[in-house]
Write a protein that binds this ligand. Structure first.
Ligand code: SF4
Length: 530
């Protein structure tokens, strides 16, 4: 019986029907349909064993669990529906994690803000911590420590700014400590203190220089959701609104990656995602991808997984070595895999905004080349069977109406791009964390138009991509494909009835071009440091 229990809410403790991307469905409020319909579509329950231990769990939590186990601490991840087996009673410490506790991060803040309703992730997080077993255990002295990428939402400064969060925290008896940053090593120290009933600092912010070295990061002991495994951490591009950029770049050696691939493959996971803030950079000390590093990594992943996806890639990385993407496709695409997905941060169509807020995003190219780079990268991706989700930020500080119009123009250029375009309200993180949130009531007419255009593009392309997306074999496939097709048709109807449907008034730029010659694409203009 573990004395340290690690958990999260139901929206995260799910494999999202085997499609990580469907996890985005948990960032919306339940609209028209009851919550159980959304649960079925986007976050069905993860199977558990007789102890309530989930078959797969979110990767970041697996890392924390592994670190504690390596330190000789009796810790396990428990499904949120099974907490009452361990508390009140056995569990002395409860560690909680989440991607977006209160729906304040993008894109939850965009969906919740536009629809004026609590998002599903927020609803479920609150429900998880207000279970009677948690409240009773807390009253009996169980310690609660919060971490994860959205730990800042529970940190004292946020609670001071948003008193409704403090009220919620008080409703289940309070939190002992909130830890921000990479806690792989520090978690051992704070959990030992908690077990010894020593004083816990209410708020710990781990500085980038305290980020663990590769050899200090434990390898997961049990399978991760959708076979996701990390290949490295950190990003050197320096975007002002991003917290990742403050951390050093570290790449894991292939042996460490293989160790985790084996953990997932052991239980029969055959599809997985390679995670880093730019997979294309694997093993590179600068912004120039390394073929001799990346291709062996993909070959290794393909030995364990039939289908391999990427978590993130940057437009500029793809364009520095465009031919490398077709070499990646040669490794990944076969009779078991027809396409792969990835998240791409486009953020804006305005070169001016690139210079003002994210000059590193375009390196080694020039900011003025940005819209053209995005269109060329879109073509490159679709030509090589990559169907991405591209994020755009609405309401960045310094954004002008002209910047927004340029972004709309870029979306129009991308009208036939097989991708989802995801607009997100600006959230103060990274170097801009002292700035204010962007809210719905600040939306200008052109920003509203941008949201409508992206929604229309997304619904139009969703219909095109659905068949590729639901390519798995199994008796539920036809039913799920039908259900999602119906859901997309319903959203289109709602968008049209509410004046949210806004198709581009001109044809998009040609995207797919089988005769594309990457040599003719713009080349890096800045010399690279080794
Ligand atoms: S490229 Fe992406 S991960 Fe890197 S700093 Fe910019 S937003 Fe963050």
């Amino acid at each position: 019986m573990p004395e340290v229990v690690i958990t999260c809410d139901w929206t995260m403790m799910s494999n999202h029907n085997g499609k990580e991307f469907l996890g985005f469905g948990t960032t919306t409020p339940a609209y028209v349909f009851p919550e159980r319909v959304y649960k079925r579509l986007f976050y069905p329950d993860m199977p558990v064993d007789e102890h309530g231990y989930p078959q797969q769990a979110p990767y970041g939590m697996r890392k924390i669990e592994a670190s504690l186990i390596d330190a000789g601490i009796d810790a396990r991840i428990v499904h949120p529906s099974y907490l009452s087996r361990y508390m009140p009673g056995e569990a002395k410490v409860l560690l909680i994690s989440g991607h977006d506790y209160f729906g304040l991060n993008p894109p939850s803040s965009t969906f919740g803000g536009v629809m004026h309703k609590e998002t599903l992730n927020c609803l479920n997080f609150k429900r998880m911590l207000t279970q009677p077993c948690v409240i009773q255990a807390r009253a009996q002295g169980m310690k609660i420590i919060a971490g994860g990428p959205c730990a800042w939402q529970l940190a004292p400064p946020t609670r001071l700014k948003l008193p409704w969060i403090q009220e919620f925290v008080d409703s289940f008896g309070g939190i002992d400590s909130v830890v921000e940053g990479e806690g792989d090593v520090y978690v051992r120290e704070i959990v030992k203190k908690a077990l010894a009933d020593e004083f816990l600092p209410p708020h710990v912010v781990l500085a980038p220089k305290e980020a663990p070295k590769v050899e200090q990061i434990s390898s997961i002991k049990y399978p991760s959701v959708n076979g996701l495994i990390e290949i490295g951490r950190g990003c050197c591009r320096g975007c002002s609104f991003c917290s990742v950029t403050t951390r050093p770049t570290r790449w894991y050696p292939l042996e460490k990656i293989e160790e985790e691939l084996k953990v997932n493959a052991t239980i029969g996971v055959r599809k997985g995602i390679l995670h880093s803030d730019d997979v294309y950079f694997y093993g590179s000390p600068n912004v120039m991808p390394r073929e001799e590093k990346l291709i062996p990594l993909l070959r290794l992943a393909k030995r364990y997984y039939e289908q391999v996806g990427w978590s993130h890639v940057a437009v500029a990385s793809l364009m520095t070595k465009p031919k490398l993407l077709s070499k990646c496709a040669e490794v990944l695409i076969d009779d078991r895999q027809k396409w792969w997905g990835v998240e791409v941060g486009v953020e804006t169509g305005s070169p001016r905004m690139i210079t003002a807020a994210m000059p590193g995003k375009v390196a080694p190219f020039k900011a003025s080349q940005w819209p053209e780079l995005v269109v060329q990268a879109a073509g490159l991706m679709n030509d090589n069977h990559v169907y991405p989700a591209c994020t755009f930020i609405v309401g960045l500080p310094q954004e002008t109406e002209d910047d927004v119009l340029k972004t709309i123009d870029l979306i129009d250029d991308l009208w036939d791009f097989k991708a989802l375009l995801v607009p997100m309200f600006f959230v103060p993180l990274g170097h801009l964390k002292s700035r204010d949130w962007f809210r719905r009531d600040r939306l200008s007419p052109v920003q509203e138009e941008l949201l409508k255009r992206a929604l229309t593009h997304g619904l139009r392309q969703s219909k095109v991509m659905l068949d590729d997306f639901f390519d798995w074999e199994g008796r539920h496939t036809t039913a799920y494909r039908g259900a999602f097709r119906g859901f997309v048709a319903f959203l289109e109807l709602v968008a049209k009835m509410n004046g949210l449907w806004s198709p581009s008034s001109r044809p998009g730029r040609p995207i797919t071009d089988p005769n594309r010659t990457p040599d003719r694409l713009p080349l890096p203009t800045i010399p690279l440091r080794e």
